[in-house]
Ligand binder design. Structure first.
Ligand code: C5P
Length: 256
């Protein structure tokens, strides 16, 4: 039953949209939950909101939007035992998705897989804010400094360790699906609308909602393009329409 609820094949277009509640004020966050609860499928609680409010915010979102899923995006990264114990605590919160960095390595990721219970755990491959130059700067060797190569390597690691999917950009998602199969979940941030730029944007490996879905993303994370719009609900509906068009395109062009 739970598996059924989380099956990406059955999602309606708007349910593929993950909205990050990137705010520090819980009342503001809840305002967005009320505004968008039937326009997106998943609310993401990230570092800013979780640091400000703790697990209490998860309960409040559940009360306001019981049909929506909750994604706790803490991007854990520590020694295997510490991460495993933190994941065990998360499994009591009633969240649907969690993230860990694939740079945990096999031992860390296997410990996560062991502790995750029913939660879908996604491995963060390479942040969509990282370019080739950023990877070189932190000492990733020249051969793997091509983001796509590193994403694929880390996605393979995540799958082998027993994770449910990965987070990568829309530029790499088709290769990930080709290599690791349709059922390995792919969540894609770094989504930007064609006609809108974001001031001082930190995202580098970006694609449109249409391209992300055509390339095989199961879910897309869309934050600032919705949050900072004059009419956030309207933008979320336009994105859902774009997703629907992309799904049709995949069917008619037999993209698998
Ligand atoms: O659309 P926007 O850039 O505002 O989305 C930002 C959100 O995407 C943040 O919550 C950030 O944590 C998340 N993100 C992510 N994984 C990445 C890059 C960004 O979950 N690789």
């Amino acid at each position: 039953m739970e598996e059924e609820r989380l099956s990406p094949k059955k999602l309606r277009p708007f349910e593929r949209i993950i909205f990050p509640l990137d705010l520090a004020d819980p009342e503001q966050a809840i305002k967005y939950v009320r505004l968008l609860k039937d326009a997106v499928g998943v609310f993401k609680v990230g570092l800013e909101l979780f640091t400000a409010c703790g697990p209490e915010i998860v309960k409040r979102i559940q009360e306001e939007a019981p049909s929506q899923k909750i994604f706790l995006d803490i991007k854990f990264h520590d020694i295997p035992e510490t991460v495993k114990r933190a994941i065990r605590v998360c499994s009591t919160l009633g969240v649907d998705f969690l993230t860990v960095h694939c740079s945990e390595g096999s031992r860390g990721l296997m410990a996560v897989a062991e502790a995750k219970g029913n939660i879908k755990v996604l491995g963060v491959t390479v942040l969509t804010s990282m370019s080739k130059d950023d990877l070189k700067e932190i000492g990733i060797d020249i051969e793997l400094a091509e983001p796509e190569k590193l994403v694929l390597k880390r996605a393979e690691l995540a799958k082998r360790a027993g994770l449910d999917g990965i987070v990568c950009s829309g530029l790499e998602v088709s290769k990930v699906k080709e290599k690791l199969g349709e059922d390995f979940l792919a969540v894609t941030p770094g989504i930007r609308l064609l006609d809108k730029t974001i001031p001082q944007d930190d995202q580098k490996r970006i694609v449109t909602p249409f391209d992300a879905i055509v390339n095989g993303a199961d879910y897309i994370v869309v934050g600032r393009p919705i949050r900072d719009a004059e009419e956030p609900r309207k933008i979320a509906s336009l994105i859902a329409e774009e997703i629907q068009k992309a799904e049709k395109y995949r069917l008619t062009h037999k993209v698998h």
